[in-house]
Design a protein. Sequence first.
Length: 215
Amino acid sequence: MALEGTHIRIAIDVKNELGVKNIGQYVSGTIYPDSRYITGVKRSATHNLKMFDGENYVDDFQKGWHMHLLCDKIQHATMHELIPDILICDEENKEWWATITAIKTAQDISDLKHFNIQEYLPYLEYAENPNGEDIKKVREYNMAVQNLYSNKGVPSLRDYRSNLVAFGISEELSSLVIQKTLDFLQNDNIGAQIENMYEKMLSTLKQILTVKNNA
């Protein structure tokens, strides 16, 4: 998954293409899939792209939800295109997961330097539970996202680490993610590629939406 700063940024950048009217539903929808870390809903229920094949959206919450899934898919492909060398390892290995998550964290940091997320955090007061999960836990997740990003330009690496631990990632693995994030940010070549990821992702997403709108 992309981190929520990236998710909200890219969703906002394509909201006009989708004709979004209820921004609260939309922003809440675009972070909803990852609420599973708190609600315990299976990933297959929150990250199933096939449910949007017909694009018969019920509301703007579903539009945001769909953008989350497209963002994840596009980010994964973009990583493998721009920085394939550091992703060559067993995908069942914790080292691989930590590497992927570190890239996403570094991109989140990069994205927040160019995007004022503060404007959109109040919209996370809105919540839905489309899989029948405990709505209090969905709100708890939304609040965790608000707390991570509130009253700061960019969260600290300590903030990101605390967030991982709060979502059930072990202390050891969370620390490995943060160390790798720092390594990537301090590596000029890798850092530059991570900086380039967002614009490439946005271009790809807009192309997809253009094709779908003209179909």
